[in-house]
Write a protein that binds this ligand. Structure first.
Ligand code: PLP
Length: 865
């Protein structure tokens, strides 16, 4: 039995001999927890489902009934709803489709619970799923049927799709990667469960007020979520706080018990992840925190009802909100609670499933299970698995350590020091006392290994210790993850190389075999087929449809670059997509984009390392050229920037304000508008990107070299036939390798040049050598863009002129400007541009996440250790 106890528990832990401990774990509330069969899928649980769902879900398994009939029944079943309200129609359609896939979903789960193949758990604090409807219809091949089902209604499928709110359970690239991976895993017929958190509030909604970002809560569950199935009888108990006690059993073995814990219930909410037309439906299991029932009762018996309710809120706070920080950690206690909550609930779930088949024989565990940690966010799973194996299942340390280190794999996503997670020992010890004990023990044993490898080197012991000593000691989560994982991977070639040479150098020399690269990818289903139906049809007409599951087949498009008809058609597709993007920009920004102009786009989180500022400076440069009449060879452009800033990131927010002020000046001058238009798109998210990347001519991937681990936005644009202007960074390097330098606008310092320049960087040298940059900075200083808001851009100007500007804006400006001139010249030759566009799509096959996931499967998940 487990050792976690409810707060009210006062009795001493009972002493058990080891043999009686070898039973499948029950939750701390084992007396009351229902024993559930692992194959159960309680689709009838109505707790958070709409009236519509309950009425309509009774006969949905009839395979003969058409989708149209089911939809009609669903609509008519929604008694108090308006059958013409778009939102209600969307919900009815989504429920119909969800119900349609329940049988396949159940079958997949039954099969997987028998361990017919190795079970992969993808643990991630973020899953940036976006919308589900279009993707589900595509995967299940139901798009045509759905059109027919809607024929008799006023609303069309497109407007129903627009009614779906994004599942924005992530910040940016890392969370979207998890979503693309789930799609590829299902499509490759891999048994993978995504484990995450069901945040009540996802990524905030970005509004602009006077050009400033204003955050608004994202209540994405407001109207219910027709895709989720609440699995209340699979709830898991997660302990917090309390303290540890030890005792020695009659055979002399020491045991640890974590007592007086405050327990929180983790309720699974499952979302289907359909594979592409292969019958597999995987699961994204999102945990919701709820107070335990008897937790309340205990307080109530003490007579303190209001305290009980307040505590209930405290428990439910855990899954209330996604932390909106991309590439920086914030050290908040609630965030650690989220991480442990996810890790513990998921591992208990995995262990329950395993022991249901194999009992307490853990010799098979690592052959049957692997846990992939998406960054260090879930790395507290390492000591948690040790705890569960030892304290709940009675394994000894060595046995538990072997199981743990053979089943954990860690993906690193960043080299930025501000993003590396470190938890204060004091906070961790208070919240998770048993876990801290285990971390100390892991560290002690591991440091012996370090001492053996570097005899007498005390500096190494300190620098490599999982515990960072000092006045306020911290736990270095990345070190913990590396020590306990059999695989450590970076997310692009350069990134992995820099990890091995820099941040994790010593670990690499200790365990070179652990390190490997897995270049990121994106799913071609969402990022080409679903988002760009015009291009898909054009490709289908030439290549058939088999490229959908083997994107490398797109190289066959290279044969058509001299085919005049094909080039014309390709141009027409891009034009039509630009018309649609222009509509979005007009609606959202009130700026008129002209489809005959070049669409130059940079959308991603706002961060200094991504250098939106460099882009804005270039816009100012173009603006100055136009004002001075220097318009020769100047290709008319519409520049779009979009992205959210972390709410506490002042500089990023200033950059948004600058973009908006510059846009205002650019767009209000009729002399400028034939050549240049500039807009900042608010609330960039997945569904916006689905409209943006098909209509983009030029993709901006201009991070300071060495700072962008991989990038995935770059890949989506490439797939959709955009040209890239980019630095030698992240996956840009591999894109360049695939498509060739003649089809890519490369510029700027290399990573090694950036680090070399750092020690003697003087921005003023670069400003002096570039009259264009000097003019831009002078105009900024003159207050031209902030006439009624004096001084607001001083910090930005100072950052550019700062010799410690680690993003090296000034150093790369001139090269960037020149690369942009080459872009303009190239764009003037529309035929040549289109040929390059075709070559970009043709060369994008390597960046399908199917390819990435095949490599995870072969090298990490199924690799023999
Ligand atoms: C792809 C994607 C990202 C990642 O973009 P990068 O340019 O790689 O930083 C971020 N947010 C959303 C909504 C995306 O679709």
């Amino acid at each position: 039995m487990t050792v976690t106890k409810g707060k009210s528990t006062t009795e001493k832990p009972s002493i058990k001999d080891k043999s009686s401990v070898k039973k499948p774990a029950k939750t701390a509330k084992s007396g009351k927890a229902k024993q559930v069969k692992p194959d159960e899928l309680d689709t009838n649980s109505a707790v958070n489902q709409s009236t519509l769902e309950v009425v309509g879900s009774n006969h949905d398994c009839d395979p003969c009934e058409t989708l149209a009939a089911k939809f009609k029944r669903q609509i008519h079943g929604s008694l108090c709803r308006d059958e013409h309200a778009i939102n209600d129609m969307y919900s009815a359609l989504a429920s119909t489709v969800k119900n349609q896939l329940l049988n396949q979903w159940r079958e997949t789960r039954l099969k997987d619970n028998q361990y017919q193949q190795k079970q992969v758990a993808y643990l991630s604090l973020e899953f940036l799923m976006g919308r589900s409807l279009g993707n589900a219809l595509l995967s299940l091949d139901l798009t045509k049927e759905t059109h027919e089902a809607l024929a008799e209604y006023a609303a069309d499928l497109e407007s129903l799709q627009e009614a779906e709110l994004d599942a924005g359970l992530g910040n940016g690239g890392l969370g979207r990667l998890a979503a693309c991976f789930l799609d590829s895993c299902a499509s490759l017929d891999l048994s993978v469960v995504g484990y995450g958190i069901r945040y009540e509030y996802g990524m905030f909604k970005q509004k602009l007020v006077d050009g400033y970002q204003v955050e608004q809560p994202d209540r994405w569950l407001r109207e219910g979520n027709p895709w989720e199935v609440r699995m209340a009888n699979h709830a898991i108990t997660v302990p917090f706080f309390g303290h540890t006690e030890t005792y020695v059993d009659p055979s002399g073995n020491r045991h640890y018990v974590w007592v007086d814990t405050q327990d929180v219930q983790a309720i699974p909410h499952d979302m289907p992840v359909p594979g592409f037309r292969n019958g597999r439906i995987n699961t994204l299991r999102l945990w919701k925190a709820e107070a335990t029932d008897d937790f309340d009762l205990a307080e109530f018996n003490d007579g303190d009802y209001t305290e009980a309710v307040a505590r209930k809120n405290l428990a439910e706070q855990i899954t209330m909100v996604l932390y909106p920080n991309d590439a920086s950690e914030n050290g908040k206690e609630l965030r650690l609670r989220q991480q442990y909550f996810l890790s513990s609930a998921s591992l208990q779930d995995i262990l329950q499933r395993y022991t249901a088949v194999y009992g307490a024989d853990f010799s098979q565990f690592s052959q049957r299970n692997v846990m992939q940690l998406n960054d260090t966010h879930p790395s507290i799973a390492v000591p948690e698995l040790m705890r569960l194996l030892m304290d709940s299942y009675g394994l000894g340390w060595d046995e538990a350590w072997q199981v743990t280190t053979e089943s954990m794999a860690y993906t690193n996503h960043t080299l930025l020091p501000e993003a590396l997670e470190r938890w204060p020992v004091r906070m961790l010890g208070n919240m998770l006392p048993r876990i801290l004990d285990i971390i100390y023990e892991i560290n002690a044993r591991y440091l012996e290994h370090v001492a053996h490898h570097w005899p007498g080197d005390t500096h190494k012991l300190a620098s490599m210790s999982i515990i960072e000593e000092g006045a306020h000691p911290h736990v270095r989560m990345a070190y913990l993850a590396i020590v306990a994982s059999f695989s450590v991977n970076g997310v692009a070639g350069l990134h992995t190389q820099l990890l091995k040479q820099g941040l994790f150098k010593d670990f690499y020399s200790l365990w070179p075999h652990k390190f490997n690269n897995k270049t990121n990818g994106v799913t071609p289903r969402r990022w080409l087929v679903h988002c760009n139906p015009r291009l898909t049809q054009l490709i289908n007409r030439r290549l058939g449809e088999s490229w959908l599951t083997d994107l490398t087949q797109l190289t066959a498009l290279n044969a058509f670059t001299d085919d005049k008809t094909f080039v014309k058609q390709w141009q027409q597709v891009k034009y039509d997509n630009k018309v649609e993007l222009a509509k979005l920009v007009l609606d959202e920004c009130e700026v008129a984009f002209e489809p005959n102009m070049m669409f130059d786009v940079q959308v991603k989180r706002i961060h200094e390392y991504k250098r939106q500022l460099l882009n804005i400076l270039h816009v100012i440069h173009l603006y100055q050229r136009i004002l001075s009449g220097d318009t020769k060879d100047l290709q008319p452009r519409c520049v779009l920037i979009g992205g959210k800033a972390a709410p506490g990131y002042a500089m990023a927010k200033q950059i948004i304000k600058l973009a908006n002020n510059v846009a205002h000046m650019v767009n209000s001058d009729p002399i400028v508008s034939p050549y240049l238009r500039f807009a900042f798109l608010p609330n960039y998210n997945v569904s916006a990107m689905e409209k943006i990347c098909p209509g983009t001519d030029l993709s901006e991937q201009i991070s300071t070299a060495g700072k962008e681990a991989s990038g995935t936005g770059n890949m989506k644009f490439m797939m959709n036939g955009a040209m890239t202007i980019g630095t030698f960074d992240g996956a840009n390097i591999e894109m360049l390798e695939e498509v060739g330098e003649e089809n890519f606008f490369l510029f700027g310092l290399r990573a090694d040049e950036v680090s070399e320049l750092k020690s003697h960087y003087n921005p003023h040298d670069f400003i002096q050598q570039s009259p264009a940059l000097a003019n831009v900075i002078n105009m900024l200083k003159s207050g031209h863009f902030n006439l009624v808001e004096p001084g607001i851009f001083d910090s930005i100007i100072a950052a550019i002129e700062d010799p410690f500007d680690q993003w090296m804006i000034a150093a790369d400006f001139e090269a960037y400007k020149q690369a942009q001139e080459k872009v303009s010249l190239a764009y003037a030759d529309q035929q040549g541009w289109t040929q390059m566009s075709i070559r970009n799509t043709a060369s994008s096959g390597r960046f399908s996440s199917d390819n990435t996931i095949s490599a995870y499967r072969d090298d990490i998940w199924l690799a023999k250790q």
